[in-house]
Design a protein around this ligand. Structure first.
Ligand SMILES: [Zn+2]
Ligand SMILES: [Zn+2]
Length: 245
């Protein structure tokens, strides 16, 4: 063990001695190497979802069956070419996202990105030819309030694992709208209209982009971001979210 590693391990022991930490989900003491905020067993309960999806918007279908394009996408194709989420927004995945996003445990971003790669890493349609990962931006005021943008942390960790690049500061949020969670379907679409803009269109021209966000609900955020990125010249816009509600 190197001096640095020994020092880090000693520091961790001192930290545990004076500030014993417990899993935020099951309250068991944390002590195993690499355990931060949530224990390994709780993380182990995260499972990639297996089941049919809409090949376009990525919405999960109930029960067994084949992947196909849903009626909504056939009638009104979205601005993004495809979207995939890792699991349903409930259970341990929801608990982890809430801790990550609202309790500001940005360190969970790494494990959540690992889960995303475990779930969707083999999806060729999602990854083929990708130029950049693009975090869905927060408005400046909201970011200051929260201290960090969870989508940015996720995109950064995903890019690290996949050996890809992220494009940051190019897609920006110019309108500080009401949180989407406070609104229903159609209201969400009006709410985000005109909320995003592309700052340096030359960066996205002809590129294949994957938008990264934490939760997919009605899809209006991805649709609006896809719209402005396509208008700025992006060749194709895809989306990846941790969970869908
Ligand atoms: Zn636990
Ligand atoms: Zn669909």
């Amino acid at each position: 063990m190197s001096f640095r590693a020994r020092a880090a391990s000693a520091a961790r022991h001192v930290e545990l001695l004076f500030f014993p930490s417990f899993c935020r989900l099951c309250s068991r003491p944390l002590g195993r190497p690499g355990e931060r905020i949530v224990c390994r067993d709780c993380f182990g309960r995260l499972e990639p979802r297996r089941g049919p999806v809409c090949l376009c918007c990525g919405r999960f279908f109930e029960g067994a069956g084949e992947d196909h394009v849903c009626r909504r996408c056939l009638e009104r194709p979205p601005s993004f070419s495809l979207h995939r989420s890792c699991g349903r927004y409930d259970g341990v995945l929801k608990d982890l996202i809430l801790l990550f996003k609202y309790r500001k445990f940005s360190v969970l971003g790494r494990a959540l990105a690992g889960y995303a790669v475990e779930s969707l890493g083999a999806d060729e349609a999602l990854w083929q030819g990708v130029d950049f990962l693009v975090p869905v931006p927060l408005h400046g005021a909201r970011k200051r309030e929260r201290g960090f943008n969870q989508s940015h942390v996720l995109a950064r960790e995903l890019a690290r694992i996949k050996g890809m690049s992220i494009l940051d500061g190019c897609l920006v949020k110019i309108k500080n709208v009401a949180p989407q969670t406070t609104l229903e379907g159609a209201g969400r679409e009006d709410n985000v209209r005109g909320a995003y803009s592309v700052r340096r269109p030359s960066k996205v021209g002809g590129k294949i982009l994957v938008l990264i966000d934490d939760v997919f609900t009605t899809g209006s955020t991805l649709r609006e971001c896809g719209l402005v990125l396509r208008a700025a010249g992006a060749r194709e816009v895809r989306g990846l979210t941790l969970a869908q509600a």
